[in-house]
Write a protein that binds this ligand. Structure first.
Ligand code: ADP
Length: 727
């Protein structure tokens, strides 16, 4: 087995491989040949040089130009790069698939103690002491920063997909700016190098952001010099009026040299023309419209040419997948086959990898994706894009005071990105499932998440890192004072802050958990001796962490059958305990879990994820001493389906402790109104409490479609709500 290519001569050799050496190296040669064709390849020298002379590189390159896979490999052989390179990704799918790809390109493997490439995403770590390139989600890097604020284990951090402007990436940018400017001295011997990469060009804003950091640093250094020189003047007491002058001038009107500290690089992408087809009339049913377009393309257009469909979320993706498969059954033998492949964040890794596999002969791949495929994942072979024009986005609802997932029109810049996916390898076509007028009415660019979401998680992270003055943190875009106030109030209500606004012990514990402060608070509450229900609460949180454990059924007949089959799992207390019953039932099944899932119309795929998350959460709780380290080693622990009323009450009270503002009371007219806020909210039809009247409810999710719905609902006592809100 040959060592890595000369580019990576300092990497440890691959000691073991289950493939014959010649086959592996032939594959790597082929990959190297492919890498050399990527638009980024000719820029390798420039990129290396720029980071050897400066600490910050800003790089703009179209999706697919090779940024995420190649840049870390270019940097690895630089003399300053003695430690690991972190590459952040907004999504776990991308982190894992990039790690896999780069490992392959480097002739390495994932998950071995000697692996050069690794990844770290929430609930899944695959990195060791030999890891030199680590793909990790933004949230994971923030978690690592809590333990290692100066990122001493890294030589470089590559911030990828900064254009997505997640709250986490904004936080990372603020921390990194401080590390390369104000705190640079703390890593004197080995200053941190930062590469920031974007698929869309807001180079100006990013340059200004870093320039401001350097300017502030220079100003404070100048100020320090001034103070020193003034002190020297005074001690000398010489009547030299000139002595202080040059310094004074420099302080007042020192011109700041643009980008003195920052390198920039533009990579022109490869883009073939893409023909756009709009709908003549708006459609209400995007799944149906997408189905039509897929078959229209399939019948009309020659092979090769795969189709990439952009839908809104797991539910729409899975329902189109089912419909495509059903319709494909009725195609004549002369029509090429269709291979429908879903792609969404919660999809298990192995299924995600299928999109990269070569399309079988006489077959057309139809990849049905959420906006993951917009910039995070490059799917080869695509010539046709079907764009629903919508995406599920997180947005803070001022009315309810919490984040909710809303299906909203995308921005023009997202629509352009989606369209671009069709023209990477040849001329393509993009079917927009909206009218041209709707396009012109779309927002030009998407609003950064930090300006539309709940800030409580971000603020807790900052406070846990010792930043108390959160308002003056260097934000790329500063949120409104109102947003800060709301988040601080929420953190206070969760019992994570002291009266002076400083973080307390509960807050510190929460910051260490890879969960939102709300879910984290439930965990901490459940660990209290008087509650003693952490094991169950972990199961519920694991189930809440995937999109839905219950299959969403298309036909009435199936719905009825599912209702009958699921009866055994239903709990009158509501959805959370029903989820718990399902998780316990699945976990208790020792022989055939797939058959168990089918019997109860539960998603086997989602449950596999739940089991993994549950395992990770248990390990994390043991680490934080919330769970005794010896418990739960027996796989059958906590799978019994019966429990006392006191115990279920304890679980519900913990959920309420994490979601105090997501509570509502029954009104005399039979509707529910939130407490506090007094806003109408209806129980979602998917809830086991739908149509039931209970004195109060707590809910873990808020969705807004035709009206405000509470999803993930449990019945609670009004007295408990008063207690939580009062205390
Ligand atoms: P960028 O970051 O500029 O979007 P990438 O470095 O992610 O580009 O990808 C460059 C090319 O490498 C893609 O166009 C694709 O062909 C290929 N590629 C990336 N990831 C994978 C993967 N997991 N499997 C197969 N091919 C991949």
């Amino acid at each position: 087995f040959k060592n890595l290519s000369t580019l990576h001569s300092r990497n440890p050799p691959n000691k073991k491989s289950d493939k014959p050496p010649h086959k592996s190296s032939a594959k790597r040669d082929a990959l190297l040949h492919f890498r050399k064709t990527l638009p980024i390849w000719p820029h390798a020298q420039q990129i290396r040089k720029s980071l050897s002379t400066k600490d910050v590189l800003l790089l703009v390159g179209e999706t697919g130009s090779g940024k995420s896979t190649q840049i870390p490999q270019f940097l690895l052989s630089e003399s300053w790069c003695t430690k690991c390179i972190a590459v952040t990704q907004p999504r776990r799918v991308a982190a894992i698939s990039l790690a896999r790809r780069v490992a392959e390109e480097m002739g390495s493997q994932l998950g071995m103690p000697w692996s050069t490439v690794g990844y770290s995403v929430r609930f899944d770590h695959c990195a060791g002491p030999s890891t030199r390139i680590k793909y990790l989600t933004e949230g994971m890097l923030l978690q690592e920063m809590l333990r290692d604020p100066e990122l001493k284990q890294y030589s470089a951090v590559v911030v990828d997909e900064v254009h997505e402007r997640s709250v986490n990436v904004d936080m990372i940018m603020g921390f990194l700016r401080a590390l390369v400017t104000r705190d640079r001295g703390k890593r004197k011997a080995n200053p941190l190098k930062v590469a920031v990469m974007s698929a869309t060009a807001d180079m100006e804003g990013l340059t200004k952001f870093f320039d401001d950091g350097y300017a502030a640093l220079e100003k404070s250094e100048d100020d320090l010099e001034n103070v020193k020189s003034r002190m020297e003047d005074e001690t000398r007491t010489v009547s030299s009026s000139k002595a202080g002058q040059p310094q004074q001038q420099a302080d007042d009107n020192k011109p700041f040299e643009e980008s003195k500290h920052i390198s920039t690089c533009f990579i022109e992408g490869r883009q073939y023309p893409v023909k756009i087809v709009y709908l003549p009339e708006p459609t209400l049913d995007i799944v149906e419209a997408a189905l039509k377009s897929v078959f229209q393309i399939h019948y009309k257009e020659p092979l090769p040419g795969d189709i990439l469909v952009f839908l809104t979320g797991q539910e729409t993706v899975e329902s189109l997948e089912r419909l495509v498969n059903e319709f494909a059954l009725s195609m004549g033998p002369e029509i090429p086959k269709i291979l429908a492949l879903p792609l969404f964040a919660a999809l298990p890794q192995a299924s995600q990898q299928k999109i990269f596999q070569r399309t079988p002969p006489k077959t057309r791949k139809v990849i049905i994706s959420t906006n993951i495929a917009e910039t995070s994942v490059t799917v080869p072979g695509v010539r046709y894009v079907v764009d629903s024009g919508k995406a599920k986005i997180k947005q803070f609802s001022n009315r309810l005071g919490l984040d909710s997932l809303l299906v909203k029109p995308i921005s023009q810049s997202s629509a352009t990105q989606r369209k671009g996916r069709a023209g990477r390898e040849a001329a393509g076509q993009c079917y927009r499932l909206y009218t041209e007028t709707s396009y012109t009415e779309m927002q030009k660019a998407s609003t950064p998440e930090i300006l539309r979401c709940d800030l409580s998680s971000a603020i807790l992270t900052m406070k846990a890192r010792g930043i108390n003055d959160v308002v003056n943190f260097p934000f790329l875009d500063r949120p409104s004072m109102d947003a800060f106030a709301k988040a601080l109030l929420q953190l206070y209500q969760l019992g994570t802050l002291n009266d002076d606004g400083g973080i307390n012990e509960t807050g510190r514990q929460l910051a260490k958990l890879p969960l939102t402060p709300m879910l984290g608070r439930i965990i901490v509450e459940a660990a209290k001796p008087e509650r003693d229900c952490l094991v169950d609460v972990i199961d519920i949180i694991a189930a809440l962490s995937v999109e839905s454990i219950f299959l969403n059924l298309a036909t009435e007949e199936k719905k009825e059958r599912a209702e009958e089959a699921r009866k055994e799992l239903l709990r009158r207390e509501g959805d959370h305990l029903t989820m718990l019953a399902a998780v316990r039932g699945y976990a208790a099944e020792q022989s055939d879990r797939r058959a168990w899932a089918e019997k109860y119309f539960v998603s086997h795929r989602a449950m596999q994820n739940v089991m993994n998350i549950r395992k990770q959460l248990r390990a994390q709780c043991k680490q934080l001493s919330l769970l005794p380290s010896t418990s739960l080693d027996d796989p059958t622990t906590s799978t019994s389906t019966s429990m006392s009323e006191d115990h279920t009450n304890a679980i519900l009270q913990c959920i309420l402790r994490g979601f105090p503002v997501n509570s509502a009371r029954l009104m005399p007219d039979g509707s529910y109104k939130t407490l506090p806020g007094n806003q109408a909210v209806a129980i979602h039809p998917s809830s086991v409490l739908f149509g039931r009247k209970v004195e109060a409810i707590v809910f873990s999710e808020f969705v807004f479609t035709s009206k405000s719905y509470a999803r993930g609902v449990s019945a609670v006592r009004l007295g408990w709500v008063d207690e939580v809100l009062g205390g």
